[in-house]
Design a protein around this ligand. Structure first.
Ligand code: SAM
Length: 239
């Protein structure tokens, strides 16, 4: 936690917030803060700044909050991600939030197991918790939007073309003839497949919708590795 993300419900008055639970434990055990210290804070979907620790007890930390700066620029990327296996999903979600992805479409695909959609990690509360963990890592405040589409064909035919408009549209797929571009730094839409990959029909449909199929070399990467590798090829640090 490189920043404590604050929500409206944490504030007891305009500039005073009270932290309990996970964030309090982190301040105590990892950051080892004491009264008088300054800690980095940010307001969800707002600015970042500092919190001066006014009181620090076993049950709460009271912070005097000053928000002074905008959060880091978002990545101009829409990520279309075949629903990963639950254990990996949690990590991928955190990584996406840390990298600055603000728009994530979770879609079905032939090799997504039906049971993946039953995971408790998709509950609103758990989505928020993991996105917050990822944002806090990056000192970001803008909570990504998650869209869930459990039918591949209607999504690709009816919704994807509008998402691809005015963006560099890519589907990452091993074994294709084009290498993934680098340093594009402009708006992009990126489709990433499930653990078993997109089937040829799905790649064809994505290409038909306007995506270019690209590869990352002969090594097959796990989804949780492929996403940060793709992002760092497409966008320069600070872009
Ligand atoms: N056996 C699957 C296949 O050949 O498609 C492997 C799928 S991989 C574990 C999961 C997803 O990560 C892929 O669908 C793709 O989107 C992305 N990916 C992983 N390695 C890749 C590579 N070398 N080139 C392009 N995409 C890759």
């Amino acid at each position: 936690m490189n920043l404590a993300l604050l929500f409206a419900e944490d504030f007891v008055c305009a500039e005073r917030a009270v932290l309990t639970g996970r964030r309090l434990t982190h301040l105590r055990s990892v950051l080892k803060v004491a009264e008088g210290d300054l800690v980095p804070v940010g307001l969800a979907d707002g600015d970042i700044g500092t919190g001066r620790v006014l009181q620090f007890t076993d049950t709460e930390a009271v912070l005097q909050v000053e928000l002074t700066d905008p959060p880091p620029a978002p990545l101009p990327l829409t990520l279309v991600l075949a629903m990963p296996r639950p254990k990996m999903f949690r990590r991928v979600l955190q990584t996406c939030a840390t990298l600055g992805v603000k728009d994530i479409w979770l879609i079905n695909s032939y090799k997504v197991e039906k049971s993946f959609w039953q995971t408790p990690w998709l509950s609103e509360e758990n989505l928020r918790e993991n996105l917050v963990l990822g944002l806090e890592q990056a000192r970001d405040t803008i909570v990504p939007r998650i869209h869930i589409r459990k039918l591949f064909k209607p999504f690709v035919e009816d919704e994807l073309p509008a998402l691809l408009k005015n963006t560099r549209a890519l589907v990452a797929h091993p074994g294709t003839s084009s290498t993934c571009p680098t340093h594009i730094n402009g708006p992009a839409t990126l489709c990433v497949g499930p653990e078993g990959g997109f089937i040829p029909y799905e790649v064809d449909k994505l290409v038909e919708a306007g995506c270019e199929a690209v590869h990352l070399g002969s090594r097959i990467l796990r989804v949780e590795t492929a996403v940060p590798v793709l992002v760092s090829r497409l966008f320069d640090a600070g872009a």
